[in-house]
Design a protein around this ligand. Sequence first.
Ligand code: CUA
Length: 342
Amino acid sequence: MKGSKRQQHRGGTSRRVAVAALVVAAVATATVLAGCESPSILRAEGSAAKEIVTLALWIFGILAGVLITVWVILVYVIVTGRRRPLDKASQSHGNLRIEIIWTAIPAVIVTVLFVLTVVYTERITMPDPGTQFTAVGRQWWWDFEFGDLGFKAPNEVYVAQGRPVSIDIRSADVIHSFWVPQMGGKIDMIPGHVNHIHFVPLTSGSYLGECAEFCGAQHGKMRFLFVVVPPDEYTAWVRNQQKPAAEPTGAAAVAGKQVISTVGCGSCHAIRGTSLKGTFGPDLTHFGSRGGIAAYTLKNTPENLLRWIQDPQAVKPECKMPRVPLPLQQQQQLVAYLEELK
Ligand code: CUA
């Protein structure tokens, strides 16, 4: 009777352990899978990011080894120790040899982690080719200023694959943080201070950039696209960005250009080659060439642009873009014009 109760009890315990193990495994799998979604630091495509991932995997491996060792010892002690009466348990207090061993092992582990960190940090360091553009954080969008080349590329910036990229980092208002997870380390954007980051983008592709410092109501909707292309495509992109705005061709777009010059958009926005010269909001000279609206809050489609123009506050509450009350036809003309600005 006593024996069967004990067996039942044991059965319950092992079931609970099994369920707990399953839950842990499920959570771990979900976490790893979630980490694989782009922009994931585990999918490194930049020189600095690759080194950081390798270092992270080393550290993860070593610490996983420590964890597994502790678990194995723990299970061994539980299984063997429970059969022994308490007063027969061996005592290790004051055992000098054991004290030395369990001081030495962590010291070795910490030293190895330290050396690995120094080695990989050194590998990230490389010659700086000199600033190519400035990234400016703003509530809640990104400006990429190519001062020498004479243009601004808000919220979407191109770089040449395989060539070092060197960026000055500034803020126009509060502290933001520039981060393209697949390219490399994040860096703070501090008002009144210029930071700097450089790395080599290794693989062509479009990578999402994020703001990594809480900066206000729309911190979560402050994204940009970091596009890595072969060098000749990069040159073509620069040439296109340098051009003034294209003249509209469609009837609606022609009317839209008239509308945009009269309703006050120019107090915040600039369109090079027109009367719009504002600097507070994003430069719209090549708006139609970009994939996103409102710092990648919406995809750049005519429907979404109309939605954005009709009520920016509904899409992105507290953003600095006001509602511009216009008849629907004029809103549609504005959309037609902006989408033609490739
Ligand atoms: Cu900008 Cu968070």
